[in-house]
Design a protein around this ligand. Structure first.
Ligand code: SF4
Length: 303
């Protein structure tokens, strides 16, 4: 709640006085038309992380701004929030990220971007987003190398600080805990203090059996008390608690190929729509019940 309020106040300051009115109108329209209030968008299947052991597609798909416009243009109600993120990818790998941001911002009340903050082109710190979320997998060079096979912690820190100094957008830094970074909360708090990061968060990595690298079982911090997963003597992973509902109930996912899906974790075995037309939004609106009932195979691993 505090996080949402802080985000809202920061955006209000930058978007102007009438921003809450537009937000309220969009939220009401989404509710009346039974359309998702949030859209997660994957700008590219490519990545800028260069982690050892990660195999990306040879020719990563890139979402064209026209495709995003086509989907948003036929939506019965514009989403309140659009969030650029990756599945096994990073939004900054898209050559069209600036055009995508301009197109998305026109159609929502809050545009955020989640990135690992590596390989950022000069000038992108001015990207037209309302919130940057920098997701780092470790807070020490040792654990970073152990996890990623390269040493780019300093680069990530420099990118975060460059954006903080040159953008009016809210900047949040998120530490994702994996097995190699299970003891990194203390060093992360030290980084926060050294660099005066105002908005930070710690989360646990999600198990992803299809993941190219990070989400695999060997990287999950199962020995940490707060980790949502445990493993049994046969090395079989399961959720410690049975969650209710869907954490992304009000969101849909548009992938880099322009396919609309229930969330970033469901694949072709779950429903998906390729045609940007009103009826697709209508059908997607009916997925909420199945999402909350956790009926898709990927839901099994969703904390
Ligand atoms: S995997 Fe299932 S529960 Fe998790 S976000 Fe997707 S639809 Fe929701």
């Amino acid at each position: 709640m505090k996080r949402t309020l802080t985000t809202g106040i920061t955006i209000w300051k930058s978007r102007g006085l009438l921003w809450p009115v537009a937000l309220l109108l969009r939220a009401t329209a989404c509710s009346v038309k039974k359309t998702a209030r949030g859209l997660i968008v994957e700008p590219s299947q490519g990545c800028t992380g260069g982690c050892i052991g990660c195999s990306l597609p040879e020719k990563p798909s890139v979402l064209e701004p026209e495709t995003l416009e086509a989907w948003l243009g036929v939506s019965p109600a514009e989403p309140v929030t659009i969030h650029f993120s990756g599945k096994h990818s990073d939004p900054l790998a898209s050559p069209d990220i600036e055009s995508l941001a301009v197109a998305a911002r026109r159609h929502c009340s809050m545009l955020s971007i989640s990135t690992i903050g590596l390989g950022m082109k000069p000038g992108l710190e001015q990207l037209a987003v309302d919130r940057w979320i920098f997701s780092i997998p470790a807070a020490t060079e040792k654990s970073w190398i152990q996890l990623r096979g390269n040493n780019r912690l300093q680069e990530a820190i420099e990118t975060i600080n460059t954006v903080r100094e040159n953008s009016t957008a809210m900047v949040e830094v998120v530490l994702t805990i994996w097995k190699a970074s299970a003891d990194d909360i203390k060093p992360f708090n030290a980084l926060k203090k050294t660099h005066s990061w105002k908005h930070t968060k710690v989360v646990f990595g999600r198990f992803d059996p299809d993941g190219y690298h990070f989400g695999r079982l060997e990287n999950i911090a199962v020995n940490s008390r707060e980790c949502p997963y445990s493993v049994d003597e046969n090395n079989t992973l399961s959720l410690k608690n049975t969650p209710q509902g869907c954490p992304l109930s009000g969101y849909l996912f548009l992938d880099a190929q322009g396919t609309l899906r229930p969330c970033p974790f469901t694949g072709d075995e779950s429903p998906h729509l390729t045609e940007p037309e009103q009826n697709s939004w209508k059908q997607a609106g009916e997925w909420v019940k199945n999402k909350n009932g956790r009926e898709y195979p990927a839901c099994r691993w969703c904390p």
